[in-house]
Structures are given as C-alpha cells and as structure tokens.
Design a protein around this ligand. Structure first.
Ligand code: ZN
Length: 62
C-alpha cells in the first residue's frame, strides 16, 4: 500500500525584503523577520542596514 502521507507543510520563516540604501548597490536583501530592529550587512557592498521594525503598533510594555 502506498498512500500519500499528509506531511505538514514546512513553512519557511517569514522574511522581510529590504533594499540596500547604497545607491550604487541597491541590492535586495531577504532577512528573517526576527532580525527586525537589528543591523544586517549587505552581502554585496557591506553596508550596514537597519532592519525596520514591524509596521503597525506592536506595543510591548516593559
Ligand atoms: Zn549593498
């Protein structure tokens, strides 16, 4: 018997696409959403880019 096993769809982590602010680079980087508010480095030119926080109003009370 060979019945298709219902495999749980492995969803990749949500990623954010940001564009390198370097005008001579403008590479589009896909960074994981967990990188929000952090600095990432462009693979093309090495520019440090700050990943924007979630747009909206996610208020995390301290
Ligand atoms: Zn770049």
């Amino acid at each position: 018997m060979s019945k298709p096993a219902p495999q749980p769809s492995h969803k990749p982590p949500p990623s954010i696409r940001i564009m390198c602010p370097n005008l001579v680079c403008k590479a589009v980087l896909a960074v994981p959403s967990i990188a929000r508010g952090k600095m990432v480095r462009c693979k093309s030119c090495g520019t440090c880019i700050r990943v924007p926080d979630a747009a909206g109003g996610e208020t995390s009370a301290a």
